[in-house]
Design a protein around this ligand. Sequence first.
Ligand SMILES: [Fe+2]
Ligand SMILES: [Fe+2]
Length: 318
Amino acid sequence: MSESGGSKITVKSVEISAVLGWATTPYNLYLQLPDGRFLTLLRAGNPIDRERLQKYVSRGVKTLFASEQELIEAVSSEVASSDSSKFETLEKVSEKVFDELKVLGVTEASFNHARAIGKAVRGMIDREPRLSAAFMKFQSLNRDDVRHSLMVSALSTVIVSSMEWIKPATQENVAMGALLHDFGKFMLPKEILDKDPRTLSTHDRKILEGHCEMGRALLSQVKTVPEEIQMIVAHHHERSDGSGFPSGLKDMYIHPLARLVGLANELAERYEDDRAVGRETTVRILIETLINSQGSKFNRDLIKSLRHMLDSDVLTKR
Ligand SMILES: [Fe+2]
Ligand SMILES: [Fe+2]
């Protein structure tokens, strides 16, 4: 990328198809000209001009470029604008979520295991300044989003720990990926986030769907966040039968850990719906209902593991 001082700047490619799902761009996006020079196409903070981008797509352009240095600054600027009080809300909400998990019929041993992993993961976020500041920005958005993220993380941990073949480090990555799965939402316009997703126009829905790629793009700038976690965030709404978003990927193309967190996300949403109307439920009922009504949307082996879990000592009997 050209620069007045002549020093080399590292560039990173960004798919136009992903950018089309964003509301605004968090960093400058450049177009590479045939002679190799870069032209600024969209400036950081500006709304995405879809019509203009579509013109480039019709001319065969598939990729734009960002400067790695500017990407890092985009995450750092979120750090600067975040609150300095450390994880107070997160810890408070976390205690409540784990209390609920106990009521939902998770046995003592599984509950303690999930709580210990949750604590370790929050500690890991806390120790990474860029991540903890960005997470605080996320938690300042809406308490329900934080509660939801914690519940998805707790449920993912309970499910993954019932699969003995998964290593402890992977269990932590699942818990962390689940905690951060909706992270990209903090870059979306508040008026879209505040609406009931079922009432969104096609255009606004597309913007909302952009939270997966936006979250992945932001987390990719934090060196300590493993690729696995980025993939959980990118793929958590993809479904094995291809009915998910943003890319409609089929089973084998979805990251295995994202299949699991996607399933926990679905369970959490069902639980939240029940909770909103005061309907009593348990993790066992949520899983049974999910298997019966939407089992075909999820990976077969994962559904098999869930059935096995129903017969194990992870959940209390009815
Ligand atoms: Fe999501
Ligand atoms: Fe979610």
